[in-house]
Design a protein around this ligand. Structure first.
Ligand code: SF4
Length: 451
């Protein structure tokens, strides 16, 4: 099917270069398949097509790629922000085409530079980056351009009745970014050493308003998903104000930190400006582990921020984590109790438990000793292995591996019920198939906090 759809699209547009965006691991197979079909078409038709790959998966998971066979499917692999690297490749291709069609001309174009681009040269992976090439500043980038997309062909997926999952997949949202990177960039499990998190650069409000208006005109739709790592409160405040002043009626949602700057007044303003949902990481609702994570949050403060949103009918979804290095069963159970109370007090509507992973680019992955864990060697992928991102680790304080899995199952079982408004009175131990300690959290902690 990919072959058929791609060949059809290829025949219509007859490209010299194709760009393959791989945001997630799940997109890799399709991209490689397209790269292969493209090579076959080039051979059969005796034409040359350059295949360029980039995207979030590449930026996070292929930084230590050692398997050269990837270049059987693509010609260039670009890392981090793709605008300038791609522009340089396009300039290079344009020069080649010009040189081919004007073989008699004496003028030959100057060689173009490269920026964070890998290629295969003489059986080796060559990493190219010219010293004088720089990224385009985020503030000067144009907004997204949706022209040419057959929007009516998008399929609505109803994977789960959970309203948050419906927000993700039940309809198409116009995607936009308010700021490059994260203004906090300190969480120890996060890829803060990488450009997409570590380089914070907000857009200007007038620029965003213009982009929103352009996108509405292009798509005829007014639903926006701001796909920021953590949308900055000051920018959301001025954007909301401006949307209201200019009477621009849109519906929007995005990801943020439950930062104390999100006051009840700001939550009200955002709701008035069309905000319908916010997502954010609460991670582990345990003060000690939150400190280790360096989230810059306190549970009480996060609860007040969440409540400010739900009080204005803004849907709140929280990301939760378990299995952080040195996290005890007691802390996990206490975390679940806080989550239970947050549901009871209507501070959030849905949540998801992620099991902690040590990634190669996070502070934990970069300095495991500091967090009391060991990352067994080899730290680099052995020759022939594909790439290194999620690094297996040993936590000497943790119980057996299977124990975490059983804890995870119990946590998910409890959460599933809470999201359906059920099981709030069920003793926590009943969600688990293993023995767990009693919670030490006071039963009215969140209620008192909110008061
Ligand atoms: S986890 Fe979120 S808030 Fe923390 S550094 Fe990463 S992007 Fe920022």
């Amino acid at each position: 099917m990919i072959e058929e759809v791609f060949t059809d699209s290829f025949d219509k547009s007859q490209p010299d270069v194709i760009g393959l965006s791989v945001p997630f691991a799940g997109n890799l197979y399709g991209a490689l398949k397209i790269g292969k079909v493209c090579a076959e078409l080039s051979r059969k038709r005796k034409i040359s097509i350059r295949r360029v790959m980039g995207g979030g998966y590449v930026n996070t998971e292929l930084r230590e790629l050692s398997d050269i066979r990837l270049f059987d499917y693509i010609d260039d692999l670009c890392f981090d922000d793709g605008e300038r690297p791609l522009e340089l490749i396009l300039e290079d291709e344009t020069n080649k085409i010009k040189n081919r069609s004007a073989a008699t001309s004496t003028a030959s174009a100057a060689p173009t530079g490269r920026l964070r681009t890998w290629q295969r040269e003489q059986g080796q992976i060559t990493k190219l980056s010219s010293a004088n090439e720089k990224d385009v500043a985020f503030k000067t980038l144009p907004g997204p351009d949706f022209r040419g997309l057959r929007l009516s062909d998008y399929v609505s997926l109803l994977e789960m009745p959970n309203p948050m999952h419906r927000l993700w997949s039940d309809q198409r949202w116009n995607k936009m970014i308010l700021a490059h990177g994260c203004y906090w960039k300190k969480c120890t499990f996060c890829d803060v050493s990488l450009d997409y998190i570590g380089r914070f650069e907000p857009a200007r409000v007038d620029q965003l308003i213009q982009q929103i208006e352009d996108v509405i005109e292009q798509t005829g739709t007014t639903g926006f998903h701001f796909v920021d790592e953590a949308a900055p409160p000051a920018l959301l405040k001025s954007l909301s104000q401006e949307l209201i002043n200019r009477k621009i009626k849109i519906t929007w949602w995005g990801n943020l930190r439950f930062d104390k700057q999100f006051t009840p007044e700001l939550a009200a303003l955002m709701a008035d400006a069309g905000c319908v949902a916010v997502t954010g990481g609460l991670e582990v609702a345990s003060p000690r582990v939150l400190k280790l994570i360096n989230k810059g949050l306190e549970i009480e403060q996060a609860a007040r921020v969440m409540k400010a949103f739900t009080a204005h009918n803004v849907y709140v979804h929280a990301y939760l984590m378990y299995g952080f290095p040195t996290q005890t069963d007691q802390e996990t159970i206490d975390s679940l109790e806080i989550v239970r109370q947050l549901f009871v007090e209507n501070c959030m509507h849905s949540a998801f438990w992620h099991r902690f992973l040590a990634t190669a680019h996070s502070p934990v992955g970069l300095a495991p000793k500091k967090f009391g864990i060991k990352i067994p060697q080899p730290a680099k992928p052995a020759p022939g292995l594909f790439a290194r991102y999620e690094t297996p680790f040993v936590d000497p304080t943790a119980k057996a591996e299977g124990h975490q899995t059983e804890l995870g199952e119990g946590l998910r079982r409890a959460l599933y019920n809470y999201m359906h408004g059920l099981g709030f009175k069920t003793p926590l131990k009943e969600w688990f198939d293993i023995r767990v300690p009693k919670t030490k959290i006071a039963p009215q902690l969140i209620r008192k906090t909110l008061r």
